[in-house]
Design a protein around this ligand. Structure first.
Ligand code: ADP
Ligand code: MG
Length: 681
């Protein structure tokens, strides 16, 4: 057998397991060896119950002293309880719904148990441990891999299969140029593949994982640099002469651009004037004024005789953009059109005709503007708003409707620089780091449920004073299993309590047109209080709204809380954000403190990175990046720094990745990116 053989050659992998593994993306023996453990169980040493730390996996050995010794044995819901003693202390082993296991445990016999000990009313307990009868064949000491599983495959299956093919790992050859492997202190692939599965100690785990993470990030980064380089070599983009004046636009603006806006606009103008097409990301906190920069770019593009397209993730946002673009640009003689699925067939046809004949200067829409029937006369600029909702693919589909138009991406999701560089590896990045003057920071308060009545009295007062309010809840409807407020419950409660104001409800399970009409009624001021789930998170702009109440705020992440708070504080009046905490926890308290202290999105994002578990923040899938197997853009940001230098050297020396020494690398880049991004490799 060798690495390229199908997994069906492995003994113990029958037709059924083969199919399950195929579904996990595993075809060959080599793939199987690249199915890495999620974590390890350290079962090298036996601890005494008395000395074992709480809440950490430990292995203990003990004698069963009693079985089902408390609780009503006739009640089916009573868990199986086993009293275990090891001479140092007692512990109770618990199996909920585990009474079928009772016969396995004989009083007086010794077993090993692997799991976490917790302290419950002074009693040591271990729930659902792994267990073996002492001396059983499979009761082994060592470090054991824990694999990701899917239905139909058990942990024991996985361990057995991997163990049986482990000797083949030694066939894995070094595929990186020697120089790179040496300078980056990488262990060999054979060593890494062997020891990542069944390591003897922590050092082996570390070396093996470092190699594998390095490898994967190098392939990713090299691919991204290749794409970026390829783009920068295109020398036939649309050129918008630098000296075209935009004074007519700026003269009409009721304000002066901020320093940040001016700087970013300079960068955008330079890009547009270059023969190389623009690929720029504008990052700016909510309310920093990204739209003005986009409008400048649209206006200038139109004056040069080209059309612009703006794509937003929801119909509501598209409509809002449509209204403001019309307001700002029509007086300057530009024609703005909206394309979305709610248009009637005839209206849509008219829009399409105006677009292809060149009458329309700017088209705003949702995904509908990447449909095949949409054609432009001369598309010069593509703008996507809130880009974290779009993949690389959708962006390029829109761009393909023109002859390499300029691309501008706008996002309010603050992303720390190190990460932005990789997440948007194919884009140049500009940051609007100033806020328009006179903005009053949103006052943020933390309250617990005892103050709910007061909080809602306050909301009521604000509404009576002519303002509007948002109330956000984590759930749509009440749930027996989760103890927190639901939008429906709050909606009912507030409607009853304040019959003199108008309360609206919007959540993700409603139909699109229902959602739209509720949101429109709030935007027009008809609705005073909008109760919702997080559907309002993205971009809606109602400057008369001054209060944001977030129920069960402990259920939201920092970035989300910040986005939600960004919905208020958009007008001249003082705004408020009230965090209602249902259940305190250490992490929730930290988040709340940061929210009360800081209003800077980037600072909050950095804190978020520190607080949250790795991998939770940016799903790579949303960004259209290839899926990663072992590496994590956040946890491995240090390795990423090392990798970046190496990848930059590779692309400098070999921009097309065609040197023989990069033969394998090219193959791996191609495999990782697949059809996601067109690679002419
Ligand atoms: P975002 O970056 O969140 O998209 P917007 O572009 O919607 O922000 O701008 C938010 C509000 O700030 C808008 O009402 C806009 O008119 C206003 N604004 C933008 N730039 C300035 C500025 N330089 N001075 C004052 N107000 C501004
Ligand atoms: Mg915006």
């Amino acid at each position: 057998m060798n690495l390229q053989d199908s997994i069906s050659c492995i003994k113990g992998v029958g037709e059924k397991k083969c199919r399950i593994l195929n579904n996990m993306g595993v075809e060959t023996v080599d793939d199987m060896l690249h199915l890495f453990p999620r974590k390890y169980e350290d079962r090298r040493e036996i601890s005494y119950i008395m000395e074992a730390p709480f809440n950490k996996d430990v292995l203990v050995k003990g004698r069963v002293a009693a079985r089902q010794y408390r609780g009503n044995p006739y009640n089916k819901k009573t868990p199986l309880r086993i009293l275990v003693q090891d001479g140092s202390a007692d512990m109770e082993v618990l199996f909920f719904n585990g009474r079928y296991l009772a016969d396995y445990f004989n009083v007086g016999c010794e077993y090993t148990f692997f799991g976490k000990i917790t302290l419950n009313n002074g009693r040591r307990q271990m729930a659902h441990p792994e267990f073996h009868r002492l001396g059983d064949k499979d009761d082994e000491r060592g470090i054991f891999p824990v694999y990701p599983l899917t239905e139909g495959i058990t942990q024991a299956n996985m361990r057995k299969i991997i163990k049986s093919i482990l000797p083949l790992a030694s066939q894995a050859e070094e595929w990186l140029p020697d120089k790179i492997a040496k300078e980056s202190n990488l262990c060999s692939p054979a060593y890494a593949l062997t020891n990542i599965h069944f390591p003897k100690d922590e050092r082996q785990i570390k070396e093996a994982r470092y190699r594998m993470v390095f490898e994967e990030l190098l392939i990713l980064q090299t691919g991204l640099f290749y794409i970026k380089k390829g783009r920068s070599n295109i020398r036939k983009g649309i050129v918008i002469a630098e000296n075209i004046s935009v004074e007519n636009y700026t003269d009409r603006l009721p304000f002066e651009l901020t320093e940040g806006q001016k700087r970013v606009w300079e960068e955008v103008q330079k890009d547009m004037a270059s023969v190389r097409p623009m690929n720029r990301l504008i990052q700016g906190d909510v309310g920093s004024g990204k739209t003005a920069v986009a409008e400048l770019a649209i206006y200038k593009t139109a004056k040069a005789g080209y059309q612009s397209a703006m794509m937003a993730p929801t119909e509501l946002l598209a409509k809002q953009h449509f209204v403001s673009l019309k307001r700002d640009l029509e007086p300057l003689g530009l024609n703005v059109d909206l394309l979305c699925s709610s248009l009637k067939a005839r209206e849509k046809q008219e829009v399409l005709e105006r677009l292809s004949s060149g009458k329309t200067d700017i088209i705003v829409g949702t995904h509908s503007i990447i449909q095949p029937e949409v054609a432009f006369k001369a598309l010069g600029l593509v703008i996507t708003d809130e880009q974290h909702r779009f993949g690389v693919n959708q962006r390029s589909l829109l761009a393909e409707k023109g002859d390499t138009p300029n691309i501008l991406v706008m996002t309010a999701t603050p992303i720390p620089r190190t990460l932005a560089v990789i997440l948007y590896g194919d884009l140049d990045i500009s940051v609007i780091d100033t806020m328009p003057p006179g903005r009053k920071p949103v006052r943020t308060y933390l309250r617990n449920n005892d103050s709910r009545d007061n909080v809602y009295d306050f909301v009521h007062n604000e509404v009576k004073a002519g303002r509007q309010a948002y109330v956000v809840a984590p759930l749509i409807e009440e749930s027996e299993n989760i103890d927190c407020r639901s939008a429906e419950e709050i909606y009912k409660e507030l409607s009853q309590r304040f019959p003199d104001v108008s309360v609206g409800l919007v959540h993700g399970a409603m139909k699109q047109n229902e959602k739209d009409s509720v949101m429109e009624s709030f935007a027009s001021g008809e609705t005073d209080i909008l109760v919702s789930t997080v559907v309002i998170e993205v971009g809606i702009d109602v400057s008369n709204a001054t209060v944001m109440v977030i129920e069960n705020c402990e259920r939201f992440g920092l970035a989300q809380l910040h986005q939600l708070r960004g919905r208020v504080g958009r007008g001249k009046a003082q705004s408020y954000c009230i965090l209602l905490c249902g259940h305190e926890s250490e992490i929730a308290n930290k988040r709340n403190k940061i929210m009360c202290k800081s209003s800077d999105g980037f600072a909050i994002a950095e804190e978020d990175l520190k607080l949250r578990g790795p991998g939770e923040i940016f799903g790579t899938r949303q960004h259209g990046l290839p899926e990663l197997n072992i590496s994590d853009l956040i946890r491995h940001v240090d390795i990423l720094e090392d990798v970046k230098k190496v990848a930059a050297d590779i692309i400098d020396k070999d921009p097309l990745i065609c040197l023989p020494e990069h033969d394998q690398l090219r193959r791996k880049v191609k495999r990782m990116f697949g059809e996601k991004i067109e690679l002419k490799l």
